[in-house]
Design a protein around this ligand. Structure first.
Ligand SMILES: [Zn+2]
Length: 482
């Protein structure tokens, strides 16, 4: 027998018979012995029983039941024992480069919830826009939320931008809570901050006025790490952000921060001398640690992209988002007791074409990085799939990039390796199409999921294996979809 359930349950046995629609109302029993997100499901001809410990387990049992259900409402008789492989199962959405409407974000959340994801990492501040309503620093909205032109090579030169009001953000957080999804906001710092610097130029090393960025890339203008004013600005800003986001974790960025300005800055050099820091990377570590320390006073923990590990001094409780770890610092961190989120650029970045990241490549990838010891393995707490929007202006394109690849990640972060089967997953992804369509999510036909004949791209990837940057790929794909 075949079913349509994604992610594949970890233990599923068919038993004889059918449970008719009128008896398919589950009886729920609380079972303290179940894992927090786990559930057990017994469908018999005379009825349905769900055992779980928490309302979250029950929520997941209901998702499974709705995927099992036949068109006439009956259920095949099964016995399922299920719980996730990873506790952290996340999707990231970049609403800084291009915004999505609240309704579109909710649809994305609905799909993620159905496939048992439980964390929404919301990227809300970048060079090209600041997207949270802010009372303490009003220029972040007046200046930083808008850019001159749509940017990223678009011919549309009208002003682009906006921000989410506090009411809208609270609405999203509560919408997620109803679906057992945590919301982790990201305020990227010290790099990717041109929108903040355009609003408050005194926060940079040179203090020269700059504009909100309109192109993709990594930029030299970043927050000064030497001025006390900058640290207090970031802490005050995070205080206001934390009022909106009750989750214990806050993502503070820490990726792609060129040190050109710091090298020329007396304030930055003074801080290095005062704090006995021997490199500009260490200065970044020091900066991230000061922000993380402030969050700690609020009972919160910082998450940072893996570049921040290059400092060699990042506090041990900072959770690391491992997207491109050329120096293999992440497995070492996990082996030393740290926590890592696996979100590999070459496998989980949904904004790149299927030509570069075909569905099979996403599905068959083992999220555990090489070099983990037995002790280090539990340090990889989960998987995340980011979707950046430099070149994704509308929700239709966003959906085509995300689906079905997001479903593949959802299965890999829930289902144990031995229960994963790519051919069967493809069939189930196709069978999810009608439900996705009912949510306004359109997938490309199956023929587009694993495209062939990618010689130009393969050559590029092989040639630049060690030095390839996101920038180079973005410019490659903005010229032509291979
Ligand atoms: Zn400076």
């Amino acid at each position: 027998m075949q079913h349509r359930i994604i992610p594949q349950p970890n233990l599923l046995d068919y038993t004889d018979g059918i449970c008719p629609a009128e008896r398919a109302v589950p009886v729920v029993e609380t079972d303290e012995a179940m894992p927090p997100e786990g559930y057990a499901l017994a469908v018999r001809p005379d009825g349905v029983t769900v055992r779980c410990k928490t309302p979250q387990g029950l929520f997941y049992a209901k998702q499974t039941l709705s995927m099992l259900q036949n068109e006439n409402g009956s259920l095949p008789c099964v016995s399922i024992q299920d719980a996730p492989r990873f506790a952290y199962r996340a999707f990231m959405l970049d609403s800084a480069r291009h915004m999505q409407t609240i309704d579109e974000i909710k649809r994305y959340i609905d799909v993620a919830a159905r496939f048992k994801m439980n964390v929404f990492h919301w990227h809300l501040s970048d060079d090209q826009g600041f997207r949270i309503e802010c009372e303490r620093f009003p220029k972040l909205n007046e200046v930083g939320s808008f850019r001159d032109g749509h940017g990223f090579g678009s011919s549309d030169t009208s002003r682009y931008g906006g921000f989410y009001t506090k009411a809208e953000i609270r609405d999203i957080v509560s919408y997620c809570a109803d679906r057992f999804i945590r919301v982790i906001p990201e305020i990227d710092m010290p790099g990717h901050t041109k929108a903040i610097l355009a609003s408050y130029p005194s926060l940079s090393c040179r203090e020269t006025p700059i504009a909100v960025e309109t192109q993709a890339g990594v930029f030299r203008d970043i927050l000064c790490a030497g001025k006390e004013e900058v640290v207090s600005f970031c802490c005050d800003l995070l205080d206001e952000v934390c009022e909106l986001f009750p989750d214990e974790w806050v993502h503070i960025g820490g990726d792609e921060a060129p040190k050109n300005r710091w090298r020329q800055c007396d304030c930055c050099k003074d801080r290095m001398a005062k704090a006995h820091l021997d490199s500009f990377e260490a200065l970044q570590g020091d900066f991230m640690n000061r922000i993380a320390a402030h969050l700690r006073t609020k009972g919160k923990r910082a998450v940072a992209w893996n570049e921040s590990l290059k400092s060699g001094c990042l506090d041990g409780d900072v959770i690391i988002a491992d997207w491109m770890d050329r120096d293999k610092l992440c497995p070492a961190r996990a082996n030393a007791g740290g926590e890592i989120i696996a979100e590999d650029f070459f496998h989980y970045y949904l904004d790149y074409p299927y030509a570069m990241t075909p569905l099979k490549k996403v599905y068959t990838f083992d999220p555990l990085p090489e070099g983990l010891t037995e002790m280090g393995r539990p340090g990889v707490i989960g998987v995340e799939t980011p979707l950046w929007t430099e070149f994704i202006e509308d929700f239709e394109k966003l959906c085509k990039m995300a689906f079905p690849r997001l479903l593949a990640v959802a299965e890999r972060d829930w289902t144990y390796e031995e229960n994963c089967d790519y051919a069967d997953f493809r069939r189930r992804a196709e069978e999810s199409r009608p439900w996705l369509q009912s949510q306004g999510v359109v997938m490309d036909p199956q023929s587009a999921w694993d495209p062939k004949g990618l010689s130009r791209l393969k050559k590029l990837l092989a040639h630049y294996k060690k030095t390839l940057t996101r920038d180079m790929l973005l410019s490659f794909f903005s010229k032509k979809d291979d």
